[in-house]
Ligand binder design. Structure first.
Ligand code: HEC
Length: 544
């Protein structure tokens, strides 16, 4: 009985949405009739905002009136296998209705997500796993549409390996020096053997000299049910080179983003889409540019991990000034890569934690004096370490990305401990400790959302329903639900850890997801992420 009442209440709420809407309509095709799970996007002429809703089981869609008001819009759709056959232009004036007809596409290959390519191509999961590393810089379109043979792919792989992770397709950057464990002839020989094997696989699955791929292209089913009850807003950033690696909100509702390959910190007004950008001072002009981590401290000051620039920066939003903290000379080498900075518990002891992916070290910096303590969890050659997150005592937890462990440096004693994840070699990437002492993180190779309970020292793991998701990061919201994204599926996963149930919201464009962020001040909560290769900031509002 109770369930029925709830269902009725939900139906009434949605009906209210439709009645409110200035722009609503239906979507269907000759092949399927009314279509569920089609993403319908409206881009207002001259603006930098695109709003997307998803059609329901009857093929209906409706934009909230406060998001799509009167004006000129261009409509677009996302539904694998289809293109929009009706004219895309629409003028919204009062209640406006649009009946959209979809026609079969003749270019399904250009519509597939990375995960759909991986699921379609022949070979074992183990054969395909290395391809998750290519999407750090571009989609699988580059290798799969190519005509390279094995030898050509070896050369391509050698060239890719010279690029810094902070590279985009149009922004290649080269580090001044390799990480220390990648140096020397033995490391080079081992790398070449791997390239040979992978190049052979790539030459078997790319287009080559054929008219079409040698295997059927298989898109995943469209979203349905709860996954269609969402509103997504994309904000285009001023330049196509922006790679908004991390997106965070401060208490006043301002949205902040950094650029992975540029000395840029930006602020975005979510109501108007207006953007203001600040030039981050350079510390090492000859080294790759850009920053990876962006985190606010308790006072709303924004901290940036400056990666190859060798240090961190603090930005004061009121004065609009940067304070730079370069690493001291004895720690600052050509392979230095200070990707992460974690200031959330700076107020506890006046210290921020910094992670250096180039030397596999953690630094603890006294902000007042600039003094730095060094913690090295493993002897060199060390597995990569990656993200850091702190608890209420400013103890730091870290992910052992090059292997499969969660580690901790105890603030008081400096003692270091590590715990292996249940899935071996899971490559835990980034994550955040929640209020209940649970560290949620993405298992990039393990293809799972991981949780380490720091109180009981036990793990839990959850596998997203879409194959080849390879989660990057995870964050818990105020209700205890957990959100993750990835570089493969163009879907955002919402997990209820109590029931184990997951909803996967589809994204309107190819979206390379890194840091995930939840704004807990709205009801329901709002999810934010940067489209790292799409030069946009994405806001996802579930309707329940
Ligand atoms: C660190 C960043 C980075 C990674 C990781 C990366 N690429 Fe690239 N890739 C680039 C850049 C930058 C370009 C464009 C410039 C160029 O072609 O060198 C590119 C271009 C390409 C091209 C098109 C150019 C050509 O020569 O055909 C192919 C194919 C390619 N990459 C394959 C791969 C494969 C396969 C992987 C994974 C095994 C991979 N890339 C990983 C940065 C990267």
């Amino acid at each position: 009985m109770v369930i029925r009442t709830l269902a009725l209440a939900a139906a009434l709420a949605l009906a209210a949405h439709a009645a409110d809407a200035q722009l609503s309509g239906s979507v269907g095709s000759a092949r399927e009739g009314a279509m569920e799970g089609v993403l319908v996007s409206a881009h207002r002429a001259g603006g930098n905002m695109t709003v997307t809703v998803v059609s329901d089981a009857e093929g209906h869609f409706a934009f909230p009136a406060n998001r799509v008001g009167p004006g000129q819009y261009t409509l677009s759709i996302r539904a694998a296998g289809y293109t929009l056959a009706t004219p895309p232009g629409v003028t919204v004036a009062g209640a406006t209705s649009a009946a959209l007809t979809l026609a079969p596409t003749d270019d399904l290959a250009s519509q597939l997500t990375n995960a759909e390519w991986l699921a379609s191509m022949p070979g074992s999961e183990a054969d395909k796993h290395f391809l998750r590393n290519c999407v750090n810089c571009h989609t699988l379109r580059q290798p799969l549409f190519s005509s390279h043979d094995t030898a050509a792919f070896v050369a391509v792989q050698e060239r890719m390996a010279t690029y810094a992770p902070a590279s985009g397709l149009h922004m290649p950057q080269r580090p001044l020096a390799d990480r220390i464990s990648n140096q020397g002839p033995a490391a080079a020989a081992a790398r070449m053997a791997v390239f040979q094997r992978q190049a052979g696989f790539l030459a078997g699955v790319n287009l080559g000299n054929r008219q079409a791929w040698a295997f059927p292209l298989q898109p995943f089913p469209r979203p349905s049910g709860r996954a269609t009850r969402v509103v997504i807003t994309e904000y285009d950033l001023p330049e196509p080179t922006r790679m908004p690696h991390d997106v965070v909100l401060t208490g006043d509702g301002t949205v902040w983003y950094n650029s992975f390959t540029e000395q840029v910190l930006g602020r975005l007004d979510p109501a108007t889409g207006q953007v203001r950008e600040y030039q981050v001072p350079e510390l090492k002009p000859e080294a790759p540019k850009g920053s990876l981590a962006l985190r606010p401290d308790q006072d709303g000051q924004l901290w940036l991990g400056l990666s190859y620039q060798g240090g961190v920066a603090r930005f004061d939003p009121r004065r609009e000034t940067f304070r730079m903290y370069p690493l001291p000379d004895n720690l600052n080498r050509d392979h230095t890569q200070t990707t992460e900075v974690e200031p959330r518990h700076l107020h506890v002891d006046g210290k921020v934690w910094i992670e250096d992916s180039g030397t596999y070290s953690l630094y603890r910096m006294d902000v007042a004096t600039g003094a730095i303590e060094v913690f090295q969890p493993f002897p060199i050659p060390s597995p990569n370490i990656y993200d850091i997150t702190t608890d209420a005592q400013n103890n730091v937890y870290f992910t052992v990305f090059g292997r499969g462990d969660i580690g901790r440096v105890e603030a008081r004693t400096g003692q270091i401990r590590t715990w292996p994840t249940p899935t071996p070699n899971s490559n835990p990437r980034r994550g955040t400790l929640d209020e209940r002492g649970r560290f949620w993180f993405g298992e990039f190779a393990g293809n799972r959302i991981g949780m380490f309970d720091t109180r009981t020292e036990t793990f839990r793991e959850f596998t997203p329903p879409t194959p080849f998701s390879f989660p990057y990061d995870a964050v818990a919201d105020r209700n205890g639900e957990v959100w993750t994204g990835n570089m493969m599926t163009d879907r955002i996963t919402r997990l209820n850890p109590e029931s184990g149930q997951m909803v996967e919201y589809p994204l309107p464009r190819s979206t390379n997801v890194r840091r995930v962020f939840v704004d807990n001040s709205t009801t329901p909560v709002t999810f934010w992420v940067g489209s790292n290769h799409g030069a946009s900031v994405v806001r996802l509002e579930p309707r329940d």
